[in-house]
Design a protein around this ligand. Structure first.
Ligand SMILES: C[S@@+](CC[C@H](N)C(=O)[O-])C[C@H]1O[C@@H](n2cnc3c(N)ncnc32)[C@H](O)[C@@H]1O
Length: 358
């Protein structure tokens, strides 16, 4: 795999793309009555959701987007209008510009049905969202805009990685991270685990890639509690743990992962933690709103939550790398070592509701 060094910050482009969703988001907030309710006085998310008969967890992430663009103020989890929102986005204002916002909305895109989702019509999340050739190529292309380089530059020098012979690329899609790791460790073999359709397409589109003979694709569906191999020296999990949004579920999965690894082996997590600054913070709020409106619990694993779960599951957190905000969807890397054996637990398949933007 040729790994190009990026010279500029892709997050700048990504932030602009996400901003283009704002008219739909703001208009949904107008439609469900957020600005009009807050014009009557400050309220918490729970109070607002109740008054508006809206889904609380989607309302929460919507309020955070409006706060990030300075349309709302927030104090101790109570939201109130800024002067700008009061003047231009409330029905009672004689100079409101609600029609103007509507003119910028689109009937396409992830927020076209936001109002319906807020009102309870939340679609069932489609876990096959990454199972088409187009989606597989697109997610790999996205990773090459900085994420792949960021993860590789950190992992390649870890002593446990240099010694590793067998790795698991957990929910690894077409295995683009594997190919990058293989290019830095000539003794490494990778086992990519992903959904059946993803494996089938990946084997076809990757067959000419350098290192293909060192990568095995295994169909598995974690919702069916399928096994994912054993005796790993290195276990890599990136942008997958989000739906394990309760401590019980996350620890249960990490214990299963622990059992699949050798003692002293390396576990690396690359996930968004819910923290970012400036323009990236707004993008992260919009990503979270999009995620919840799609019927998925969250797109963030808080750092301490993950570290505590790793400790409980027999790991010692040893290395970490703060998110690089030049890349889109910046992940925080936490690298841990298996230090004790644990009994595995069956992973419950039902999701609990999530709340991450604190
Ligand atoms: C956001 S992608 C992450 C891909 C890659 N690890 C990365 O960081 O770019 C999530 C991956 O999880 C896979 N996936 C989703 N649900 C799954 C399930 N129930 N069992 C196994 N894999 C699943 C998807 O096919 C997809 O490849």
């Amino acid at each position: 795999m040729d790994i190009i060094t990026t010279k500029t910050a892709y997050s700048q482009v990504n932030n602009l793309l996400f901003k283009s969703y704002l008219p739909n988001i703001i208009y949904s907030a107008i439609e469900v009555g957020i600005f009009d309710q807050l014009a009557k006085g400050p309220k918490s998310c729970v109070q607002l959701a109740k008054l508006l008969n809206a889904e609380a967890n989607i309302t929460e992430s919507l309020l955070e987007v409006l706060h990030a663009i300075d349309y709302l103020k927030r104090k101790d989890y109570t939201y109130s209008l800024t002067d700008l929102a009061k003047e231009y986005l409330t029905q009672e204002s004689e100079v409101n510009q609600i029609t103007a916002v509507k003119q910028f909305t689109s009937t396409e895109g992830p927020f076209a049905n936001l109002t319906a989702a807020l009102k309870g019509k939340v679609p069932e999340f489609n876990q096959n969202a990454w199972s088409s050739e187009e989606a597989i190529r697109s997610i790999e292309q996205g990773s090459k805009a900085g994420a792949l380089q960021y993860v590789l530059s950190f992992v390649k020098d870890l002593p446990e990685f240099i010694k590793a012979r067998k790795m698991c690329d957990f929910a690894g899609n077409s295995g683009y991270y594997s190919y990058a790791f293989l290019s830095e460790n000539s003794n490494l073999q990778s086992h990519v685990y992903d959904l059946k359709e993803v494996c089938k397409i990946s084997k076809r589109i990757k067959k000419d890639e350098k290192g293909f003979n060192r990568v095995s694709y295994h169909s598995f569906d974690l919702n069916n509690n399928d096994e994912f191999g054993e005796a790993y020296d290195f276990f890599f999990s990136s942008h997958f743990l989000y739906k394990y949004d309760s401590s019980k579920k996350l620890v249960g999965l990490l214990k299963k992962i622990n059992k699949s690894m050798k003692m002293g082996a390396l576990f690396v997590s690359n996930h968004m933690t819910g923290k970012a600054s400036g323009e990236n913070y707004l993008t992260l709020c919009i990503v979270e709103l999009m995620t919840r409106a799609m019927g998925f619990p969250t797109h963030s694993v808080a750092e301490d939550f993950l570290k505590d779960a790793l400790t409980e599951a027999g790991f010692e957190c040893r290395y970490e790398n703060a998110p690089d905000e030049r890349i889109a969807y910046p992940g925080m890397i936490i690298a841990a070592i298996k230090v004790s054996e644990v009994e595995d637990e069956t992973v419950p398949s039902k999701d609990l509701s999530a709340s991450m933007l604190k």
